[in-house]
Design a protein around this ligand. Structure first.
Ligand code: SF4
Length: 161
């Protein structure tokens, strides 16, 4: 998750970051890793403990189908799934759980995938600057980091870093 992903979901749904995010431990040099008091973490979507541990936004099944409960504001990582950019070409990621038959590569709108992946890369670049500013000042805890991210995107400051 980038900070912009989190901010977009929180503002569009009028919810707190902590309502849908959690922190996974991360290595110091990992992309998006922010400093905490006792290590580093990255923002990830929370899982629903009352269900099957799926994403907190995944709906209950209706006629056997489960859908995204935040589809219009879903994170970039979900928007580009299951594609990746390799040597300038859109390719199916190697680690997808669903099978090749679930994706008709011949029918993929490749310019649209390029645009989504380019936006994702741009959002990551901005978020890396947000995280670097936080890390330079020393970490506190996850709640403080979420508050910091919310404030720098609320104010537009993130885009001027
Ligand atoms: S697409 Fe929606 S339900 Fe699926 S992981 Fe992303 S936010 Fe969660």
């Amino acid at each position: 998750m980038t900070g912009y992903d989190a901010w977009r979901i929180a503002t569009e749904r009028d919810v707190a970051f902590a309502d849908f995010l959690t922190v996974a431990s991360a290595g110091a040099g990992e992309s998006g890793a922010f400093r905490l008091g006792d290590g580093f973490g990255v923002l990830v979507l929370a899982r629903d403990p009352s269900g099957d541990d799926a994403c907190v936004f995944l709906s209950a099944a209706v006629d056997g189908v489960r859908t995204c409960g935040t589809h219009p504001s879903r994170p970039n990582v979900c928007r580009v799934y299951p594609m990746a950019l390799r040597d300038g070409a859109i390719v199916l990621r190697a680690d997808v759980v669903c099978g090749d038959r679930d994706w008709n590569m011949a029918a993929i709108d490749r310019p649209a995938w390029h645009a989504e992946i380019a936006r994702y890369a741009s959002d990551w670049a901005t978020y890396e600057r947000v995280v670097a500013a936080w890390n330079a000042n020393g970490g506190v805890d996850a709640d403080a980091f979420m508050g910091y991210v919310r404030s720098v995107y609320d104010s537009g400051f993130a885009f001027r870093l």
